[in-house]
Design a protein around this ligand. Structure first.
Ligand code: HEM
Length: 417
């Protein structure tokens, strides 16, 4: 039997400079012309770009596997090309193994667990804004350190080292794989994370506290306690998921609010609108743009002939702008409701940190608007991530504002002497 060719073939590389310059336009074209298409980039993969394809694939774990395999090289299975991270539980597991691990993660990321973190989140947001508030000018991206500090602190690690975790885990998914930054993350920063986190797990095994790491040590998976390797696997994923995504959401939202002063004023006048606005920011900015799966068997999928072992990229960002699902999808309507966006993914792997991410984003946007309501962004000075393929966002957002007063009695972290 002759093999069906993979088609239609498109010119698409989500890690290219061309894509970074206009990822919204690139996905619009794909969605309109061939929502399930093959590209030869990075060894070849399918790109799923319309809402129905992404919806169907993300709910079909039987055909679209998240498990680590030899297809597409070595490393983290859910991105293309794969990145050299440790095995990540539960995101690289399919059912049935997946379920009991996800239950253990849900226990520390549930809405109730996140409500207990309210004061911690507020403290970090206040402390980060304190660091810049008296100056009248700063890089707004600095405030984006909050999610990393909260995540690291929640796991019981030293929050003052939050930047080292960002340099490691966020860089692997936001810097071009051929850059010096990426090589530093892979060869220096990630090994440091592994050494530090493994030492932390060992210390908590000796002496548990009330942090999330101790909760994993006490949790049962299939009627047994987890090994250090399993716990490390979960912690590295939580750090990886926690440090960059919310920062990307908030910084993009703050730049948009600067460009749309009328909408900014509405949120200043009525902060209770922020919750719904955050959902719209999630939809249009889609911090995690696209993640991957591996096809488990030859199959026909929405007109395309998939083969076992093919890699597939599901674009949440593109699905989130599908006009068949959202009226005027390129309009940012901060009152849009309902808003069935897929920014947190869909199906069994839907983001375990969504409640934490939302809580941090609401607190950060709320406090910036309250304490720095007149911030002016130097738009020409904005530096985007050079690669917008997996995570979209900004590295730097110079801004000025009317100075204000610090609120915490002392800085969050000891000052370097
Ligand atoms: C705005 C913030 C966030 C966005 C946009 C986001 C996005 C996503 C997406 C799209 C997925 C689906 C992965 C897949 O289907 O393969 C996911 C999964 C996940 N996220 Fe998030 N995330 C955010 C915040 C967080 C935070 C704060 C944490 C934890 C500290 C976190 C931890 C996780 C974990 C553990 C998974 C894997 C769940 C599983 O495999 O069952 N995320 N996230």
């Amino acid at each position: 039997m002759t093999e069906q060719p993979r088609c239609p073939i498109v010119h698409f590389d989500h890690h290219s400079a061309e894509h970074a310059a206009d990822h919204v336009g690139a996905y619009r074209e794909l969605r309109e012309e061939c929502p399930v298409a093959w590209t030869d980039a990075h060894g070849g993969f399918w790109v799923l770009s319309d809402y129905p394809s992404v919806f169907e694939a993300s709910r079909d774990d039987d055909l679209f596997s998240s498990a680590r395999s030899e297809h597409g090289g070595e490393g983290l299975a859910i991105i293309i090309p794969k990145a050299p991270t440790a095995f990540h539980i539960p995101i690289e597991l399919d059912p049935p193994q997946f379920r009991s691990y996800r239950k253990a993660v849900n226990a520390v990321t549930s809405p109730a667990a996140v409500r207990r973190l309210t004061d911690v989140i507020d403290k970090f947001v206040t402390g980060f804004i304190d660091e810049i508030i008296e100056t009248g000018e700063a890089d707004l991206a600095f405030v984006a350190g909050v999610p990393a500090a909260v995540t690291v602190d929640w796991l019981g690690l030293d929050a003052s080292e939050y930047k080292r975790y960002v340099d490691a885990m966020h860089t692997l998914v936001s810097a071009p794989p051929d850059s010096a930054e990426y090589a530093h993350a892979r060869d220096v920063a990630v090994p440091w994370v592994e050494k530090t986190v493994r030492a932390h797990i060992a210390a908590r095994r000796e002496q548990p506290t009330d942090d999330a790491t101790s909760a994993f040590l006490a949790a049962e998976v299939d009627d047994r306690k987890m090994t250090d390797d399993e716990i490390y696997s979960i912690l590295e994923l939580l750090i990886s998921g926690g440090v960059g995504t919310t920062a990307s959401l908030v910084t993009q939202a703050l730049v948009w609010l600067y460009r749309n002063p009328g909408e900014r004023q509405r949120l200043i006048d009525d902060p209770s609108m922020i919750d719904v606005a955050v959902e719209e920011f999630l939809r249009v900015f889609s911090p995690t743009q696209a993640l991957a799966r591996t096809v488990t068997r030859d199959a026909e999928f929405r007109g395309a002939h998939l083969r076992a072992g093919d890699r597939a990229l599901m674009s949440w960002a593109s699905a989130n702008r599908d006009p068949r699902q959202f009226d005027d999808p390129d309009e940012v309507d901060i009152t849009r409701w309902p808003n069935k966006h897929m920014a947190f993914g869909l199906g069994i792997h839907r983001c375990a940190g969504s409640h934490l991410g939302r809580a941090m984003a609401r607190a950060m946007i709320g406090q910036v608007l309250e304490r720095m309501p007149d911030y002016v962004v130097d738009v020409d000075g904005i530096v985007r991530y050079p690669d917008q393929g997996t995570n979209a966002g900004y590295h730097s957002i110079p801004c000025s504002f009317t100075p204000g007063k610090r609120r915490l009695a002392s800085p969050l972290f000891p000052r370097a002497s």
